[in-house]
Design a protein around this ligand. Sequence first.
Ligand code: COS
Length: 381
Amino acid sequence: MDTIHLSEPEKDVLKYVTQFAQKEVKPLAREIDANMTVPRKLIDRMNELGLFASYIPEEYGGAGLSFSFLVRVIEELSKACPSTALVLDGALTLFAEPLIMFGSEELKKRYLTRIAKGAVGGLALTETSAGSDAAAIKTTAEKKGGKYIINGSKMFISNGSIAEFFVVDTVTDKEKGYKGITTFVVDKGTPGFEIGREIHKMGIRGSSTVELSLNNVEIPESNMVGKLNEGFKVVMETLDAGRIGIAAQALGIAQTAFDEALEYIKDRKQFGRSISDFQGIKFMIADMATQLEAARLITYRAADMWTNHEDTIKVASMAKMFASDMAMKVTTDSLQLFGGYGFTTDLDAERHMRDAKITQIYEGTNQIQRDIIAREILKGK
Ligand code: COS
């Protein structure tokens, strides 16, 4: 099924991305999970194939392909290895997108051109006491002359150890709540900016997740993304795009889990026949395939809406919530279809289930997504 709107050249490029994902990424997925790192040469290879440049506008050295295309790329890479997909997803939806939407010409020239050449970026919003309540961040940015001095710390930052720069959210006016938040770009290597310990995780183990600490980090005012005290809008809109990326990641993980289980049940014989002959198994397969199809439709619709600059808040949250809940269910049922073998680490079913779990949590828990969806509906959207 191909309901997403892609140009003919995008469709052609996507075929190569699928081949690359299946031939070069998938064989490394186990090793990436075990070693808890995506090899640099794989990131370089994604760059060589133009994947980092794909979503960057042409005037900044990119190919100017659509967000819908990027979503399909994330899905295809996630079928092979969701940790590898997250390296690209984080760089493009969480770092490049806010600059594309809100960055000054100077910032776009300085950073988008580097992303287009394979530099990784990240988003630093979350703090130990500000997760779902994003506006509760405490990291401050104080103006001194033409500079801002940033102090604070960040938690669970994806791409942490490999990113060269981060979009960082700070408090610039303590009295004003979310209307006192400002977003800046901070380069790795700026004095006082430290990348902390690598956090070990249950799933997407190849993706780097770290704490960041910022002690008197001095940055020029020109690093501000958007306007002073309007950073909450920057980050919320960034997450609208990011959530569609996570929906695509969830889709990819679930599709692979399903495909592997489907192959197995056709071969596996019990009671003298293939277990796919049993109604109990058939019903599971029918439900899983239907859930996958529905998640794909809503994710593609959200992607096309974002591409067309429509109001996507509600549908982005729906896609993220629905696709990630689906992925958890489908990966759990896929493991079940393998029986005892599925519970072993000899097969990939358990990894898919571990990888799916985070999609219900990050870029806004599914409880927060439900809150956003209801709020939008009550507003009449
Ligand atoms: N897209 C665009 N704008 C949004 C938005 C969204 N998804 N969500 C909120 N806003 C806007 C609101 O419209 C409002 O703007 P106005 O001042 O123009 O009216 C402003 O942001 C404040 O909204 P609200 O009052 O709802 O803010 P809250 O502090 O109550 O928080 C939630 C809103 C819960 C939606 C927000 O904190 C959130 O998304 N939390 C999850 C954070 C998250 O995803 N973290 C993951 C980090 S990356 S792993």
